[in-house]
Design a protein around this ligand. Structure first.
Ligand code: ING
Length: 302
């Protein structure tokens, strides 16, 4: 068996006025608690350093960019990296990335994987950006991820923590392709931070199902691809908008082995045997034996 002790570091709300320093203190508190429980890694939510700013139409670019990180680690987050190194615990962290590339500035909804020596070993940029790109005043609140971020290049895996690890973000977890592309690369565990408002403006009749759809997506993805799925929320009432909790760790069987039960900062742990993936990848979801790619062409067409 290859046990990995995984902690969920679910965050309660982050208000607009909450400084990154105050948030990092909360993340560090949860990291210490996770370590005390024997965790080797702690998984934090998507956009874990700031309030979920895509809920607002912000046309002042300086104000918008105040929600992004231009380097990682940086002054505000260095204490988290230092603590990880001191405690010898890794982490997954979501944040808004302002990247200076050859052709100029690019904005991504990003997550990083940091090892037990406090080194960034992988970076992922969100592929499935939900919401809309123009101001839609009819909504109680906006969901401007298509305006504020560019989609990332795709899904990849990284050997770390004794296994094959993958990353995704929020809306990615609703799309079967996310898990399958990772599984085709041998993924044994995927980390997925999220911010999910209870109210889904285009389909309010789904609001009562938001927790169900969250868990269903994670369970289906895990089982259908023989991998562990770790979904971690930023939950609770942020600037008047309520987001679901429902953080959970799902085994390759599709069973939920651990969950958070509040909508605040909460740490829960699961002992995840990465070897439990093998039987699914070897039998039911043996891709080499059973997949029929000739029948799947439509999936990659525009
Ligand atoms: N949030 C939501 C999510 O996919 C959403 C957006 C909610 C889409 C409900 C569809 C239904 O969980 C982010 N940040 O992707």
């Amino acid at each position: 068996s290859r046990h990995l002790n995984v902690a969920m570091g679910q965050l309660g709300p982050i208000q607009r006025a909450d400084s990154r320093t105050a948030v990092v203190k909360r993340l560090c508190t949860m990291m210490r608690e996770a370590k005390s429980l024997g965790a080797q890694i702690i998984v934090y939510p998507e956009l874990a350093l700031t309030t979920f700013f895509p809920r607002w139409y912000i046309d002042d670019v300086q104000e918008l960019h105040s929600f992004y990180e231009t380097s990682m680690p940086n002054i505000a987050t260095q204490p988290l990296f230092d603590l990880a190194r001191q405690l010898e615990i890794g982490f997954y962290l979501g944040y808004a990335e302002l990247a200076r590339e050859a052709d100029g500035l690019h904005r991504y909804n990003t997550a990083i994987l940091v090892n037990t020596r406090g080194e960034i070993v992988d970076k992922y940029r969100k592929v499935h950006l939900p919401g809309h790109s123009e101001h839609e005043p009819w909504r109680r609140f906006q969901h401007l991820e298509k305006r504020y971020f560019e989609p990332g290049p795709g899904f990849h895996v990284r050997r770390a923590f004794g296994g094959v690890m993958g990353m995704a973000l929020c809306n990615d977890r609703r799309w079967a392709e996310t898990y399958r592309v990772l599984a085709l690369q041998g993924c044994e565990m995927v980390f997925i931070g999220y911010n999910t408002p209870v109210h889904n403006a285009p389909a309010p009749q789904h609001d009562d199902l938001s927790l169900f759809h969250n868990q269903l997506s994670l369970q289906a993805g895990a089982y259908q691809n023989g991998m562990w799925a770790v979904g971690v929320a930023k939950a609770g009432l942020e600037e008047g908008v309520d987001s679901i909790g429902g953080s959970c760790i799902v085994a390759p069987s599709g069973e939920v082995v651990a969950r958070c039960i509040t909508k605040d900062d909460e740490v829960q742990l699961a002992r995840c045997d990465l070897d439990w993936c093998a039987v699914y990848k070897r039998t039911t979801f043996n891709f080499d034996l059973h997949r029929q790619p000739h029948a799947y062409g439509l999936i990659t067409e525009k």
